[in-house]
Design a protein around this ligand. Sequence first.
Ligand code: NAD
Length: 264
Amino acid sequence: MQLKDQVALVTGGGSGLGQAIVERFVEEGARVAIFDRSQERIDDAVKAFGDKVVGIAGDVRKVDDNNRAVAECVSAFGKLDTFIGNAGIWDYSKTMVSTEDDELSSAFDEMFAINVKGYVLGAKAALPELYKTKGQMIFTASNAAFYPGGGGVLYTATKHAVVGMIKQMAHEFAPHVRVNGVAPGGIGGSNIAGTNALSQQGNNYSDFPLDDLMKQILPLERAFHAREYAGAYAFFANRRDNTPGTGAVLNFDGGIGMRGFASP
Ligand code: NAD
């Protein structure tokens, strides 16, 4: 129960990694506000976790929805200790080589609006409450924040932007609010929602068994479940273990950048 009496808000908490984070935080004693654009997923979560969660349907791209999410969280649970920016999209089909100019331009705007602007607007909405609790923000980056990979130029650019955003926020909000990030690798197979950013996009990889791909490319030679990533968020959120960490981004990715080559 390392998060007993704490309150968190998770964007994209209705599916995939976000859902696993909600589950872990509830297990650790927290109460959690789930902010997601899918009412159906929110309803499922509320059914599963009862009065430990509240669901707020809305779009992370919209200022008013972010403000409403924070207000409803505080109205339900009295405060906010941890804001988790996690809602994100991935669409490898919009490659620079194969996509027409106008379509690429729209895909760029959409990807940055959700993956970067959504984080900034959510953080801005949460900040006054986090000042009150001396709380923290945790953002989902990706292995694509550090290495080229399967996400394409647009996705990789958004995730690099997320790392810069984390460091600048950590600088600007210290000493009041800590800001950290988790950079997961590919999430294996069907996660607890039976879906993830890869399978949802209907892109070239949608039928590709991610577990097999991960087995081949990762030094740790297996895929990791969304639940296996969720502990990193509980670590950053808990006040006993993470006192010095701010501006840190944890590479939690099966060692994707550590392939290298063996000495002869
Ligand atoms: P997912 O598609 O399973 O879940 C994302 C959730 O965000 C969904 O419930 C969706 O409804 C919600 N969402 C999307 N756009 C939204 C919007 N505009 N407003 C509100 N909610 C919105 O995805 P996932 O795989 O769990 O990805 C979660 C995060 O993890 C993303 O930031 C993603 O980039 C990152 N990530 C994923 C992988 C992977 O392999 N799936 C790997 C590394 C990083």
